[in-house]
Design a protein around this ligand. Structure first.
Ligand SMILES: Cc1cc2nc3c(=O)[nH]c(=O)nc-3n(C[C@H](O)[C@H](O)[C@H](O)COP(=O)(O)OP(=O)(O)OC[C@H]3O[C@@H](n4cnc5c(N)ncnc54)[C@H](O)[C@@H]3O)c2cc1C
Length: 397
């Protein structure tokens, strides 16, 4: 199979490169390259630049303001952005809620919310998980009770990524406690600035607080914020998850991570020779590179099918498992490559202190990234659970 770019694809790749070189601010790419965290304003600025170009929502159809790219164009864009150390495009509005609204939202919801996702008027976060309802998501307990033209919401969500910045949260809530678990759930859009919403940070292994607990106490939500039908939320939730999982595969991040790893392994030494020539290290490097090439091809197949209007199915679980195992292996090899300089996370190494950190510059973010990316095999549905889905659905075991 010939995987090289066609002349049209090559031209598109050049266009993306030219755009990135002209518009991606060095202050953002420098932070991404150094593994430093980005502020809300940094993310918003990058989204706005892409939106001005019409490239923020690569997968959305043009009728909704998306780029309407095919699978290969999306892959090229993702790869070039990662290689240029562009900030990631945050998925919550664009890759999670957007597809759900396009498929199941009312015309009024599409007209109101989709342009606001593109313009950045709303910052969305995902309210699925609860204490006791992660893998077993259908056991969620956050309750929404109809009260006239509002729902009254009470309960707690957890692990809410970047919820500290959000003004809106899409939530799974229980609207019929008497029904079978999956049949009593609804999909609700909740204003985080409404009275009764409280956000509390959770401190992570890498020293950051990018996830939160979100508490709801008698929060009033207008009924027009119900997506689709009441008690049919599980269908929409699963549809969203297939998009989320496909997104987590992160081919672009792995391609950029592998390039960086090779660069480091050419500089670092082992037994008097460049580390990249160490047979054991080289074998692991080769294996992860082959796995990445195979996964990138599978990724193209899945997003091609999604572009034809079919929601990704069990393939999204395969991509999620394989993509995250590859990203974690690249993190692990990078950690091994820098050896003792991959110190436990110290913020001074990333944000600056009186004394420069010990070791080469590229070692600074390695430990933090290794710890942070432990999350990849957990969120979006843990890899163990995805393997169960593959075993049941694909292998019919
Ligand atoms: C950094 C981070 C960010 C996140 N962001 C969000 C977010 O923005 N919004 C949101 O809603 N959620 C978010 N999550 C939550 C995430 O989706 C859940 O953590 C995940 O679904 C696992 O659920 P749990 O943590 O309750 O673990 P549990 O479900 O309690 O699982 C614990 C362990 O048991 C294993 N296990 C459970 N059931 C089975 C089974 N049937 N077979 C085999 N093994 C099993 C799991 O694999 C896991 O290893 C995030 C999580 C993390 C870590």
């Amino acid at each position: 199979m010939d995987l090289s770019d066609t002349p049209e694809e090559l031209a598109f790749r050049e266009e993306v490169r030219a755009f990135l070189s002209a518009h991606l601010p060095a202050r953002l790419s420098d932070r991404v390259r150094a593994g430093k965290s980005l502020s809300k304003e940094d993310h918003e600025a990058w989204h706005a630049m892409l939106n001005t170009k019409g490239w923020l929502a690569g997968s959305w159809p043009k009728e909704y303001g998306g780029a309407g790219w095919n699978a290969v164009e999306r892959h090229i864009f993702e790869e070039e952005c990662a290689l240029a150390y562009a900030p990631r495009i945050l998925p919550f509005g664009l890759a999670m809620l957007g597809p759900v609204l396009q498929a199941f939202g009312s015309p009024a919801q599409k007209d109101y919310w989709l342009p606001r996702i593109l313009s950045g008027a709303d910052w969305w976060c995902q309210g699925y998980s609860e204490p006791g309802a992660g893998s077993d998501l259908a056991s969620l307990k956050t309750r929404a009770v109809r009260d006239g033209d509002h729902y009254l919401v009470n309960g707690q969500k957890t692990w809410t990524t970047l919820g500290q910045h959000a003004n809106m949260i899409f939530c799974l809530v229980r609207t019929d406690p008497a029904a079978k678990a999956q049949e009593g759930i609804s999909f609700l859009l909740i204003d985080m600035t409404a009275p009764g919403v409280e956000v509390r940070p959770i401190l992570l292994l890498d020293g950051t607080a990018e996830v939160n607990e979100v508490w709801f106490t008698d929060v009033r939500v207008p009924v027009e914020n119900l997506v689709g039908e009441e008690n049919k939320g599980w269908t929409y939730a699963k549809y969203l998850l297939t998009h989320e999982r496909t997104n987590i595969a992160g081919v672009g991040f792995s391609i950029a991570g592998l390039e960086r790893l090779k660069h480091i392994a050419r500089i670092e030494r082992s037994g008097g020779r460049p580390l990249i020539e160490n047979p054991h290290f080289a074998a692991r490097l080769a294996k992860v590179e082959i796995d990445l090439m195979a996964m990138a091809t599978t990724n193209l197949r899945v997003i091609s099918r999604a572009a034809e209007g079919q929601a990704p199915g069990v393939e999204s679980s395969m991509l999620k498992v394989k993509g995250t195992v590859i990203r974690q292996e690249i993190n692990d090899l990078t950690r091994r490559a820098v050896g003792p300089y991959a110190m436990p996370f110290v913020s001074e190494a990333l944000e600056g202190a009186n004394e420069p950190p010990v070791g080469p510059d590229y070692a600074g973010p390695v430990a933090a990234q290794y710890f942070n990316n432990r999350k990849l095999s957990i969120y979006g549905g843990s890899n163990e659970v995805q393997r169960q889905i593959i075993a049941k659905t694909l292998l019919e075991l």
